[in-house]
Design a protein around this ligand. Structure first.
Ligand SMILES: [Zn+2]
Length: 445
């Protein structure tokens, strides 16, 4: 039966089917509909499926698309925002800058303009899935539905959530939780590439009751519950002072620490907290570049991986070219640990693809195997020195960026060809984003 259907053969020089494992030379895939249907040597695929369309990709690597497991798409509007003085640390960053000058000023038009702009940038750099965490307390309700409209039109796989918080009031917190629950149900009904999960902010902006409510709702809906955790020293200091425990220990005491928990950042962790995350099956996303931006520290990602924690990578709304995030994760721990063996390129590539999908709880995303989603990218692999099985991950991690991405598919649909994001009028998108940024900046000054 399936052999009669027309598929597309993608025939590269190298195939990364199972990220982290050695690449296969002159192997490719057959895509039918939204999924990968077959994987094998290029010559055998040609012979077996002579009626298929063929994407010839000599000198290129076929890899799963990147999974950006934590972003704030609206963050692009803050790039270059005029500031009277730079924040002096993580807490002033939130209290004096991010909350009052960015998140509290966002409206639906700003959110949608930023979402479209960043999704185009992400697709062009090989990212096929993004998890977005929207904190915009005065854009409730309906902000996620508005954002989802943009994601569907752009054809990107997206997990969207509203970062509920009680920092502006209990009623607003409830609106945030409801926004997520309504959105999860609506996405399930609609089907397609957009889904939701449950999300709240932190232990210092949400009460114990509120946190437990978020987990109850997430459990009922069968979705992960996401929060930011110990991005800087502020949260552990706050938790120790108010609860006598560090944040992960506090979550454990609340009875919510478990596999349904997705904790982003986790920069300032104790050894006990790392062990607790492994014991409870808590998942984590790592943001090497934004940790640098806010002066938060360096997350113990190698220790978490060593302990067996599921880890994904994210841009955190900072640098959107995912090759730069991958490079950051590859380099930062080597310097910090004074050990070049930490975080090898193959492991970082896994975190950027299948690791992120596992952190988000997405099934059949992040690998190119029969039955898995055809979310993929072709990357120009003509390096100054020969690409070989033993050096391909290092070559890709160190010397590639968005300009080398030749083709991107999401669920079997071509979204980028020859570096061009199909159906995206970039001049119009830029003009809309500039207008949104000026509107935000105008509210600031
Ligand atoms: Zn974040």
């Amino acid at each position: 039966m399936t052999q009669n259907r027309v598929g597309t053969l993608i025939l590269p020089e190298f195939l990364i089917a199972d990220p982290g494992q050695p690449p296969q030379r002159e192997w490719g895939v057959r895509v039918v509909g939204e999924r990968v249907e077959a994987v094998g040597p290029n010559a055998a695929l040609r012979q077996q499926y002579p009626g298929d369309d063929v994407e010839e990709a000599p000198g290129q690597t076929l890899s799963p698309g990147f999974v950006n497991a934590h972003a704030h798409l609206y963050g692009v509007l803050a790039h270059g925002l005029p500031l009277a003085k730079a924040p002096s640390g993580f807490w002033p960053f939130l209290e004096d800058f991010w909350w009052p000058l960015v998140e509290d000023r966002l409206d639906h038009e700003m959110i949608c303009a930023a979402t479209d702009s960043v999704m185009v940038e992400m697709l062009r750099s090989g990212t096929t899935t993004v998890y977005d965490c929207l904190e915009a307390p005065y854009s409730l309700p309906g902000c996620l539905a508005a954002q989802a409209g943009v994601a569907r039109a752009r054809g990107m796989r997206a997990v969207l959530s509203f970062e509920s918080t009680e920092r502006v009031g209990a009623e607003n917190g409830q609106l945030g939780l409801k926004e997520n629950a309504d959105f999860v149900r609506a996405c399930r009904q609609a089907g397609g590439l957009v889904s939701g999960l449950m999300c709240f902010h932190t232990t210092f902006s949400c009460s114990a009751k509120f946190i437990q409510q978020a987990f109850e709702m997430g459990g009922e809906l069968g979705v992960p519950v996401h929060m930011h955790c110990s991005e800087g020293v502020h949260e552990p200091e706050y938790a120790l002072k108010h609860f006598g425990l560090r944040p992960m220990e506090y979550y454990d005491r609340l009875g919510v620490a478990g596999p349904g928990m997705l904790a982003s950042q986790c920069v300032q962790l104790s050894e006990r907290e790392i062990a607790l995350m492994a014991e409870r099956g808590i998942r984590m996303t790592h943001m090497p570049l934004s940790n640098c931006e806010v002066g938060a520290g360096i997350a113990p990602a190698p220790e978490l991986l060593e302990a067996g924690v599921t880890v994904g990578l994210g841009s955190d709304g900072y640098v959107n070219d995912f090759f730069e995030v991958v490079r950051g994760a590859f380099l930062i721990h080597k310097a910090y640990k004074q050990d070049p063996r930490v975080m090898p390129a193959s492991k970082v590539w896994y975190l950027a693809t299948e690791g992120g999908a596992r952190a988000l709880g997405l099934e059949n995303v992040g690998r190119l195997a029969p039955g898995w989603q055809a979310d993929l990218q072709l990357i120009d692999s003509r390096f100054p020195t020969p690409a070989e099985e033993h050096n391909l991950y290092d070559q890709l991690v160190l010397w590639r960026n968005h300009t080398h991405v030749r083709l991107v598919m999401v669920a079997g649909a071509v979204r980028v060809r020859g570096g061009v994001v199909l159906g995206a009028d970039e001049e119009t998108i830029r003009a809309r984003t500039h207008a949104a940024a000026r509107a935000l900046w105008g509210k600031v000054s």
